[in-house]
Ligand binder design. Structure first.
Ligand SMILES: Nc1ncnc2c1ncn2[C@@H]1O[C@H](COP(=O)(O)OP(=O)(O)OP(=O)(O)O)[C@@H](O)[C@H]1O
Ligand SMILES: [Mg+2]
Length: 211
């Protein structure tokens, strides 16, 4: 019997927008629908990737190095974890993916879209998320949510201009691919956002069972 490929769902948005808050809930919602789910994150998701994550979030480095390490971690994640899971019919829910490289390294760090595209072409020319939730939030609210909840990492300590470039790039990505993206007004309550996400997950699950 041929196994249907799993769906690939990613969560994106600026730091503090609320991605991690909804991750476990989204996985549980899918499991309730009888769907096998793998929950993971980037950078990270593998033992090597988690070591690279630690370095990426704490160590100053050249912007090219940062982009390359992000994609090194991603390559390991794809080959050892994401691709095998999708192939056996498991849905993968991932906290950040390549859109974050376009937003953070491409726009935030101003490395440019072309370089990130080249890395994407190399590491995953044929794989895109089936669905991407973009948690959209203004700087003031994002900062408020981050402060007090934890120590800030290398990206979270960046200035307002960096934040504006990153958020703007996410808007552009969503505009370029409106059918892949669901843009969520992340200033709403957690419950209101969950209602929206639940409707989307139910729709995704339905469309996948008839395809
Ligand atoms: N809709 C919401 N309303 C109010 N507070 C929220 C909402 N969503 C998340 N929060 C709170 O904001 C903080 C940041 O949320 P979370 O860690 O989920 O963000 P994130 O997008 O994963 O950030 P990062 O990119 O830094 O990992 C947490 O303390 C969380 O409880
Ligand atoms: Mg998070």
């Amino acid at each position: 019997m041929k196994t249907t490929r799993g769906r690939f769902l990613t969560l994106e948005g600026v730091d503090g927008a609320g991605k991690s808050t909804h991750l476990e809930w989204a996985a549980e919602h899918l499991r309730q629908l009888g769907i096998p789910v793998l929950l993971t994150r980037e950078p990270g998701g593998t033992p090597l990737g988690e070591r690279l994550r630690e370095i990426l979030l704490s160590t100053p480095m050249a912007l090219e190095t940062e982009a390359l390490l992000m994609f090194a971690a991603r390559c390991e994640h794809l080959r050892t974890t994401i691709e095998p899971a999708l192939a056996q019919g498991t849905w993968v829910v991932c906290d950040r993916f390549t859109d974050a490289s376009f937003a953070y390294q491409g726009a935030g760090r101003e490395l440019g879209t072309a370089r990130i595209k080249a890395l994407q072409q190399w590491v995953h020319p044929n794989l895109q998320p089936d669905r991407t939730w973009l948690f959209d939030l203004d700087l003031g609210t994002a900062r408020q949510r981050m402060t007090g909840s934890r120590d800030l990492d290398r990206f979270e300590r960046e200035d307002a201009a960096f934040f504006t470039r990153t958020r703007g790039a996410y808007h552009q990505l969503a505009q370029n691919e409106p059918s892949r993206f669901l843009v969520i007004d992340a200033s709403q309550s957690i419950e209101a956002i969950r209602d929206e996400l639940g409707v989307d997950l139910d729709r995704l699950a339905r469309s996948s069972s008839i395809s």
